[in-house]
Design a protein. Sequence first.
Length: 263
Amino acid sequence: MSSFRKGDHGEPDSVRFEAAGLRWLGEAPGGVAVAEVLSEGPGWLETARVHPGGATAAAAEQLGRALARTHAAGAPHLGCPPAGWTGDGFMGRAQLPLRGTPGPDSWGEFYAADRVLPYLAGAVANGAIDTAGERTVRRCADRLATGELDAPQPRLVTRPAARLHGDLWSGNVLWGERDGIVAATLIDPAAHGGHAESDLAQLGVFGAPHLDRVVAAYDEISPLAPGWRERVGLHQLHMLIVHAALFGGSYGRQTVRTAARYA
């Protein structure tokens, strides 16, 4: 078996967090395949190599169905870490606030406090978001915190939170052939308990092949709550503001434009 070895990019705990997330996601019955953890050590992680191929419509539909089952495996509360992990985690090179014990029951209150506001100061400091934009993001966060924008989880998610990949942009979905069939494998998670719509929305931030087929297949076995299309931008806000804080530039403008729709 060929393998892939990665380092920690200066964050010694980041690969340990990634390994914990891969194992937790991989425990979901019938869920999406994840890169197999082969070994790990101080500052490094070795996983089974996924030989990439081209996505097909059939593979995209299978991803949608399997992702619904991963989410349905659930999590004990919003913001919980993957099993076996304590403390905060990582989303790329950004810190990811996690909660060892239950916090708000309202998704909006959790999302504002733990997934939006922690990154605002960094995006303002690097110039990606100006003073007017900061006010817009804060208005959006205030509205989120009221619970007004909350929505039920998809039907199969019966626990307090869904089991999320947490950084599900298209680059973290590898398409490869297994036993003659093209299938998706997930890598580089920022796993935690959250709202299932967040993973689906993140797939669209940079575009994903056959995304409409992914979502349709997901909705077929675990129907999404009414109005989910109008909430896509809201669930993308976390990924956008993290990018604004890390990389600046146009991500700040995109963050503000998205927040303004919900402010």
